[in-house]
Design a protein around this ligand. Sequence first.
Ligand SMILES: Cc1cc2nc3c(=O)[nH]c(=O)nc-3n(C[C@H](O)[C@H](O)[C@H](O)COP(=O)(O)OP(=O)(O)OC[C@H]3O[C@@H](n4cnc5c(N)ncnc54)[C@H](O)[C@@H]3O)c2cc1C
Length: 219
Amino acid sequence: MATSISERSDEYDVVIMGGGPAGSTLAAMLCRETRLRVAVFDREIFPREHIGESGAHPLVPVLQASGALEKVLASECWIKKFGGIYQWDNDRPFVGFFEHSDYLADGVHRWTIHINRAEFDTVLLDHAESCGAHVFQGERIVEFTPGPDVSDVRLEDGTAIRTRYFVDASGRREPDRGARNHTRQAVAVGVQEYRCLVALPQLQARTAGSRGLEHIPRG
Ligand SMILES: Cc1cc2nc3c(=O)[nH]c(=O)nc-3n(C[C@H](O)[C@H](O)[C@H](O)COP(=O)(O)OP(=O)(O)OC[C@H]3O[C@@H](n4cnc5c(N)ncnc54)[C@H](O)[C@@H]3O)c2cc1C
């Protein structure tokens, strides 16, 4: 059964397929930094099961930039961890601790978090909605048909939604081929796509006030 507190519009600037960390973080950033009308559709109802996991080091600054860090830290979904890299290369064996040289220089530990994904992902998706994204849970996108200016997205119940940009943030599991086969105007999402989207001419009228996020590591 689909659930949402957002009233569905039949047209958006950006439709995001998938409300995992990629989709919800992008939605939060777009809503905080632009006036784009953003919708996130996820086929599951949150909290949904998801394995793990251990956050990589750049996670914390990304959460900070999206405004979700405080909410994550206020939840019980995480434990703090430090980290290291062990390289068993016969010629150049290597052990390094994340930002260990920085720690030696200023005594400040760089850290990240282990997370319970079901709860973590729910905090991020709720955050996206609180930033102004229209979030629809239990709604699967089954088809994406690109057009020259406006594209069509079709939901499983047959509803058609028009969007100026479509973002595929559906992760890697069980791809919905109907939506994924048409990638001409779709973006395989990463946080760095935020900068690509706000630079698009067809979206610029609504991106006034957006700022760069140069401090966010790529990848
Ligand atoms: C076994 C395993 C262990 C891992 N361990 C780690 C780890 O320790 N550290 C780490 O950083 N990464 C780890 N990863 C990778 C990490 O899980 C992924 O990189 C991350 O989940 C990607 O986030 P995402 O938002 O792109 O996709 P997801 O979290 O997969 O979210 C995609 C969302 O899209 C929705 N969706 C899919 N299709 C549709 C559709 N047609 N319509 C609407 N919604 C749709 C899904 O319901 C889902 O909620 C691991 C992965 C696996 C498989």
